[in-house]
Design a protein around this ligand. Sequence first.
Ligand SMILES: Cc1ncc(COP(=O)(O)O)c(C=O)c1O
Length: 463
Amino acid sequence: VEVRLPQTPARQTAEPDLSHVWLHAMQMADFEREPLIVTGGEGIRLTTREGRVLTDAVSAAMVTSLGYSNAHVVEAMRDQLDRLAFSPILHGTNEPAVALSSRLCELLPGDLDRVFLVSGGSEATETAMKMARQYHQLTGNPRKVKIVSRYLAYHGATSGALAASGLKDKAGADPMGGRVVRVLPPDSYRCPFGQMGPDECAQASLEAIARTIEYEGRDTVAAVIVDPVMAGAGILVPPRNYYARLREICGDDVLLIFDEVLTGFGRTGEWFAADWYGVVPDIICLGKGISAGYSPLAATVARRHVADAFMRRGGHFQHIHTFGGNPLSARVGLAVIDEFERLELVAHARERGVQLLDGLAAMAERVPYIGDVRGLGMLAGVELVADRDSKRPFKRPPAPLAMRAALRDEDLLVRCSRDVVQLAPPLITTEAELEDILVRTERAIVAACREAADLESGASDLG
Ligand SMILES: Cc1ncc(COP(=O)(O)O)c(C=O)c1O
């Protein structure tokens, strides 16, 4: 594809007025001290107002799989704007929304074949949970309202999605509605069920889900929602047979919802994590990579028997989002799928994913502060520890320090959660680019861990 280069303005000197700007989940004083304002992008690189060139090793927020200058997607957007910029899917629909729905169902496993288009991941997970509850109402089980989810999961930031998330820090948003029951997650590195190996730990987590459903009363449980690879929890990858077992536990009366907002669209080296795990969930949530960031787009897709309950006379899904299924975003979704197929990006992601995990495993041999390396496809986590043998964490988590060191000293964007540095480069990343990302990441991790170790010894020197 011919790549149209972004018009990178020369270094701008006039100071921007930041007094009206409010960032998401960011301490504004920290931002104002070193404001990061992006002005352009090309391939996997971003340019900033100061003229810096940053390498993006996390696809912005696990989104920009195609990088920042995909000519085909941009051309499709221009063409769509010339035809029709907006038409909601309320009283009717539009051509790109119809075509995208069909394309998605061709890609998805099993009979996941009815698509509800929305604009963001939180909308997709909230939609899925409402859909599950309303499905049970329509099929004569109105008591089935509870949602079972896992601690440390992240399903989105709106109240319902956050209620289903199992993170400790809900940042002042609790208490929230929604009858959600949480169970301990399958964290094979720090198993919450006790000292056991990954398979036993996964088994313990499955038993916890099964028992929770029984103790809550099967007739009160609407669905189990899972993020197949738990990215927010530090890139936890349950063993390959885990979700097939969970599918059995859910049976056909508790809906299994896969939140693939982050794992969908090639991130794990398969189109969907559901493919890798060989499972067909009843409802799947898609977001992020579905538009590769070119426009806000997400989707909640139901299996035939679930959707059929709403299609019967007298039934309809009581749920509206004004911007869902807008033609520009739907057209982007179509162009993204075209590009995935043309570039054979899923296979490429699988190959690069091996390079990524092998590279990190080699890094762990050189860097004693790396306690664990885990991931699937182009999604990897590096857990940093003060002591590898005992898995003792640093008193002050070094992952945020590594994120800062990467940006400040290496012009590299990574993310972190808990003590885990997360890497999820765009799926178009080349072998050489990935090698470069690994080198810079290692330097940032070493610098951050030394800083954390110095802080600790300083603290102990002080008494
Ligand atoms: C697994 C998962 N679900 C849902 C969401 C929420 O998506 P959004 O931020 O687009 O609302 C995220 C976002 O990080 C996510 O990782």
